[in-house]
Design a protein around this ligand. Structure first.
Ligand SMILES: Nc1ncnc2c1ncn2[C@@H]1O[C@H](COP(=O)(O)OP(=O)(O)OP(=O)(O)O)[C@@H](O)[C@H]1O
Ligand SMILES: O=C(O)C1=C[C@@H](O)[C@@H](O)[C@H](O)C1
Ligand SMILES: [Mg+2]
Length: 203
């Protein structure tokens, strides 16, 4: 027999799937925010397929992203990323974790805003830095002072990530807590819509 918390989780999963309908749930945010790891866990929790656009690009091009940047440059990478995301958003309900720069590209951002429910995983510099400092596969962080580069990217990008539909603070707590907060934030959009409709009906 299912426990009460399993019942609640499967009821929430169904509500989230209903709420998404044909839309994707798309994670945006800076490198190290947890888009890939949290996205996959959310997909498992709600029972829809998970896709990571960075992985998808690497499979399609049969090259690591760092090689793509080195051989073709960032603008080519962004164009390819935009095409891949555009195709994935037409695939029906999925959880899609994007690369850190995807939502910064105006055309890609517009498409994500039109076709999905987007979640910005927002983290502060210390959290991001602790998570990315030991890895060397991120081409944008191959600089003399990668911590400062990350800080600069936060300044440039945070006002843009703020255009996502939902924000969840990615911090130093268990991943399950963040997954729960994402699901609550999605469910809250339904409540907000119903509240808004209620207010309108009262007029
Ligand atoms: N809540 C968390 N607690 C502990 N570690 C975390 C948490 N969230 C993410 N991490 C860890 O941080 C690292 C970066 O996460 P992840 O690869 O998912 O980031 P990302 O946003 O996909 O980055 P990128 O844009 O570079 O792909 C991973 O090692 C992951 O396990
Ligand atoms: O923040 C960015 O611009 C990037 C993040 C990664 O996910 C990769 O998509 C790539 O390294 C670029
Ligand atoms: Mg990732």
């Amino acid at each position: 027999m299912k426990s009460r918390s399993e019942d609640k989780s499967s009821a929430h999963a169904e509500l989230v799937r209903d709420l998404l309908g044909k839309r994707a749930l798309v994670f945006v945010g800076l490198m190290g925010a947890g888009k890939s790891v949290i996205g996959k866990m959310v997909a498992n929790a709600i029972g829809v397929p998970f896709i990571d656009s960075d992985n998808e690009i690497e499979e399609a091009s049969r090259m690591p992203i760092s090689d793509l940047f080195a051989s073709y440059g960032e603008p080519e990478f962004r164009a390819l990323e935009g095409r891949v995301i555009s195709r994935l958003l037409k695939d029906g309900p999925i959880v899609l974790s994007t690369g850190g720069g995807a939502f910064i590209n105006p055309a890609t951002r517009q498409e994500i805003r039109q076709r999905s429910l987007s979640v910005w995983l927002k983290a502060d510099l210390d959290v991001l830095w602790e998570r990315v400092r030991r890895r060397s596969h991120r081409p944008l962080l191959q600089t003399e002072n990668p911590r400062q580069t990350l800080r600069n990217l936060m300044e440039q990008r945070y006002p843009i990530y703020a255009e996502a539909d939902l924000v969840v603070n990615s911090r130093d707590v268990s991943k399950d807590v963040i997954v729960g907060e994402v699901i609550d934030a999605v469910l809250q959009t339904k409540k907000s819509h119903m509240d808004a409709a209620g207010v309108a009906n009262d007029k």
